[in-house]
Design a protein around this ligand. Structure first.
Ligand SMILES: CC(C)(COP(=O)(O)OP(=O)(O)OC[C@H]1O[C@@H](n2cnc3c(N)ncnc32)[C@H](O)[C@@H]1OP(=O)(O)O)[C@@H](O)C(=O)NCCC(=O)NCCS
Length: 152
């Protein structure tokens, strides 16, 4: 089942969103961040957004600014039945825009070497491959670092 979202709305996270975010995180990742960590991040970073479709949270993104001018994306996920509708791209571009307004000049993230869907998604959104972090997610589970030098 695919859902259309005629009224997509991107806004800052609130505490009430956390359980829904955790549900989407769990659906999107084999090794999800714990709820407590997703909650802690909400108090640590301003670059934490949710996408709402008709009042329902359907996706989120979390980033932090590091080294003054780099936007590091920590997590992004869209609920399965709302994927391939542009929600992820809007979340990514929105967070990059916020980061850039605060001085970011580049963006980077880690992605599992087997996560081809996400790699395509990032490539379409102007990221390129840089290096590999061997065994970053556990034995035999490598991370690829992707970066964008013109994120804004
Ligand atoms: C990665 C993710 C956030 C993308 O969200 P989304 O809302 O589906 O992304 P968009 O609709 O904006 O996709 C934009 C483009 O990226 C590419 N893309 C997205 N998903 C893709 C897939 N599964 N396979 C191939 N290309 C894909 C396509 O070019 C797509 O445009 P199109 O649909 O017109 O072909 C989503 O698939 C997801 O939540 N995955 C699980 C969690 C995850 O892997 N997160 C990233 C970890 S680093």
């Amino acid at each position: 089942v695919h859902h259309d979202c005629s009224s997509l709305y991107v806004r800052a996270v609130t505490e009430e969103d956390l359980e829904e975010i955790y549900r989407i995180e769990t659906e999107g990742f084999d090794n999800p961040y714990p709820l407590q960590y997703l909650a802690l991040l909400a108090s640590l970073t301003d670059y934490y957004l949710v996408a709402e479709c008709a009042g329902k949270v359907v996706g989120f993104i979390i980033a932090v600014k590091v080294d003054l001018d780099i936007c590091h994306v920590l997590s992004i996920a869209v609920e399965k039945s709302y994927r391939r509708r542009g929600v992820g791209s809007i979340l990514l571009q929105s967070v990059l825009h916020l980061c850039c307004e605060d001085g970011a000049r580049a963006a980077m993230l880690e992605v599992a070497h087997t996560n081809y869907a996400a790699q395509s998604f990032y490539t379409v959104n102007d990221f390129h491959y840089t290096t590999v972090l061997p065994h970053y997610y556990g034995s035999g589970r490598h991370a690829i670092i992707m970066a964008s030098t013109r994120p804004c």
